[in-house]
Design a binder for this molecule. Structure first.
Ligand code: SAM
Length: 289
């Protein structure tokens, strides 16, 4: 174990200077420099010596170190090659960490779990790079991976959108998408002051509890309907779905909505997941796709 912990701002500055590291804004590099938050994230993941953990974007290894202290093994996928020599130094005292250089979006996570994490089930814990938050979350929840829990830090505004309920201004296609696959919850909000460099906005740690059973529906069609419905969110559902990417005429949409018992003048932001399911199920047998 290290005598000085990696979250000390002084140490972070020292090590970055030593390697001439420059933060890349486009890679979403905002590193944690607060021991309390680092510990809290690991505690929220309820990491124990039985656990196999996947971290996305270890940075200089601050959270990785805390996870490794508690877990059986941590695999961390980092895109930025410039961080590899730094991670070699900062995490050299730990024999239960494996760093993989690569883009998590291009990583075969299923294979990684089988080859590096004993097949799982694994826990995912990460302070996500914000520019790719949604695609990373999508990959984690859509790919039917052997994941036990997901605890990730995201921008507060994204967290609010994810947990928003119908009728709420923040409710949109992201809320429907994430709530289709998981039970999302905001665990804590995190001030921007705990990062180096400080981002412009606050963050939140969220938990995504994967649903064991998903609602039965043609998913491609369902998400197409959701996207079209929120594409013009100020319009009525009749107007937003008509002549949308669904490519259907108003008369047909009217018929579908009536059959699904959805008022024509309702707005997408007031529709529940089960309403979008009803619409998709009424559309499906029409065999237009
Ligand atoms: N975990 C560190 C911490 O909390 O201090 C760093 C978090 S920082 C918000 C995000 C990290 O993700 C950066 O190290 C960045 O280089 C890395 N990253 C960005 N895009 C990535 C991608 N597509 N795949 C893997 N890592 C990525």
């Amino acid at each position: 174990m290290m005598d000085k912990r990696l979250y000390s701002p002084k140490y972070v500055r020292e090590i970055l200077n030593k390697y001439g590291f420059k933060f890349s804004k486009s890679l979403g590099q905002n590193f944690l420099v607060d021991g309390n938050i680092v510990r809290k994230i690991s505690q929220m993941g309820d990491i124990t010596k039985e656990d196999y953990v996947l971290e996305i974007g270890p940075g200089i290894g601050t959270l990785t170190e805390e996870l490794a202290l508690n877990a059986k093994k941590v695999v961390a996928v980092e895109l930025d090659k410039a961080l590899l020599p730094i991670l070699d130094e900062t995490l050299k005292a730990y024999d239960n960490i494996e760093i993989i250089q690569g883009d998590i979006l291009k990583t075969d996570i299923h294979k990684l779990i089988v080859e590096k994490l004993e097949g799982g089930p694994i826990k995912v814990v990460a302070n996500l790079p914000y520019y790719v938050t949604t695609p990373i979350i999508a990959k984690l929840i859509e790919e039917d991976l052997n994941i036990r829990s997901i605890i990730v830090m995201v921008q507060k505004e994204v967290a609010d959108r994810i947990v928003a309920c119908p009728g709420n201004k923040q409710y949109g296609s992201l809320s429907v998408f994430v709530n289709f696959y998981t039970h999302p919850e905001i665990l804590i909000t995190v001030p921007k002051t705990v990062f180096m460099p400080q981002p412009k906005v606050d963050s939140a740690v969220i938990e995504l509890r994967l649903k064991k059973e998903l609602l039965e529906v043609n998913r491609e069609l369902f998400f197409k309907v959701v996207k079209a419905a929120f594409g013009k969110r100020r319009k009525t559902i009749l107007n937003s779905l008509s002549y949308s990417e669904l490519g259907l005429e108003k008369e047909l949409i009217k018929e579908v909505l009536e059959k699904s018992n959805i008022p024509l003048e309702e707005r997408a932001e007031n529709l529940k997941i089960k309403d979008f399911i009803k619409i998709s199920k009424t559309l499906a047998p029409l065999d237009i796709y």
